[in-house]
Design a binder for this molecule. Structure first.
Ligand code: HEC
Length: 313
């Protein structure tokens, strides 16, 4: 078969295969190897010359061999060489699947009736069609037994299963797609990279009013456990996203920060909890108790709360 490809195409093909292999095996960073190492250009040139040389030698040998053949052998050789390549097994399979008669042999299956010159061929049903027909019968039987006799599985169940699977997939997707967080799904981020990003956002946007250490200025103190608008990641996220009470100066950041950025900065500023800022602003709001915290902690928090109210400062 290879000898049926014209020689120039064969040389080009082999040359590009060599070229591809070279690029694959030589590690040359983001530049192609033939630019990174000029010596490889020499190598490619050599490969090309070698291929052409081999081609010429093969042709020369062929010509000499041809001369040595007898007259009829020469004819046979030429006939073989010029024969068109045929896809024999493909044709055979096609023939088996259709079992059609060639036009030359149609006479064998023509029926005797003749309507004004229009005649009919008695073709067999093509096997591809017959097998498919059997397959549908088999399918029908299995279906009948499974869904009408055994009845172990209904459409409704299938639907439920698929919905459940899809829900899991959605949850999975939301967990990986950080940008989809909203106030309902946001969770405290603890990755160093997220907190670092949060710090950057805080320094750029929030420090003017809340101070770098969260001690507070125009905005309230973020280090104490008193919150005007509620503590915990969800409330803080909502405050950042929707802004504070009207006219207080805390704008809604959802227009300038992406959801993931708000989650990052919220997680970052929650780290201020319990730290000692240089110049803390007096507490504002109320002590916030996490409703999801374990029971014990809640009791402690509430005990603190009551001391505060009995003895305010
Ligand atoms: C222009 C000043 C200003 C800037 C800038 C600012 N804030 Fe505020 N922030 C405030 C004020 C004022 C409040 C109090 C809002 C209220 O009382 O309703 C507040 C409240 C908050 C609260 C709620 C505190 C509580 O006690 O409930 C959080 C959380 C908060 N800011 C985070 C941020 C973050 C994060 C940024 C930066 C993306 C930011 N703030 C930028 C002024 C600011």
């Amino acid at each position: 078969m290879i000898s049926r490809i014209p020689w120039w195409l064969r040389v080009t093909l082999l040359f590009f295969i060599a070229f591809g292999l070279m690029e694959y095996f030589i590690d040359s960073g983001d530049q192609p190897a033939f630019m990174a190492y000029p010596i490889t250009q020499l190598f490619l040139l050599l490969v090309l010359l070698l291929l052409i040389a081999v081609e010429l030698i093969v042709q020369a040998i062929e010509r000499i061999m041809f001369q040595t053949l007898s007259k009829e052998a020469q004819e046979r050789y030429l006939a073989e060489k010029n024969k068109k390549w045929e896809w024999t097994w493909g044709k055979k399979i096609y023939q088996q699947l259709t079992r059609s008669k060639s036009i030359e042999r149609e006479g064998e299956i023509v029926l005797d009736h003749n309507y004004d010159g229009i005649r009919e061929l008695d073709n067999v049903l093509p096997p591809w069609w017959v097998y498919m027909f059997y397959a549908t019968i088999l399918f029908g039987v299995v279906y009948l037994v499974r869904f009408h006799i055994v009845n172990d599985y209904t459409q409704a169940e299938e639907y439920e299963n698929q919905v459940a699977e899809a829900r899991i997939a959605i949850e999975e997707y939301k967990r990986t797609a950080k940008n989809l967080v909203d106030v309902n799904t946001v969770a405290l981020l603890t990755d160093a990279s997220d907190l670092k990003a949060g710090e950057k956002i805080f320094t750029m946007n929030c420090v003017v009013c809340h101070m770098a250490d969260g001690g507070g200025g125009i905005g309230p103190n973020l280090t104490d456990e008193y919150w005007i608008l509620g503590g915990g990641i969800k409330n803080v996220f909502r405050t950042i996203s929707e802004g504070g009470r009207d006219g207080k100066g805390m704008v809604a950041w959802k227009n300038s920060l992406k959801p993931v950025e708000m989650a990052q900065v919220a997680s970052y500023l929650l780290q201020f909890q319990g730290t000692e800022p240089a110049d803390p602003k007096a507490p504002e709001g109320e002590i916030w108790v996490d409703p999801d915290a374990p029971e014990e902690e809640k009791i402690i928090e509430q005990a603190k709360d009551s001391t505060v109210s009995v003895n305010p400062n």
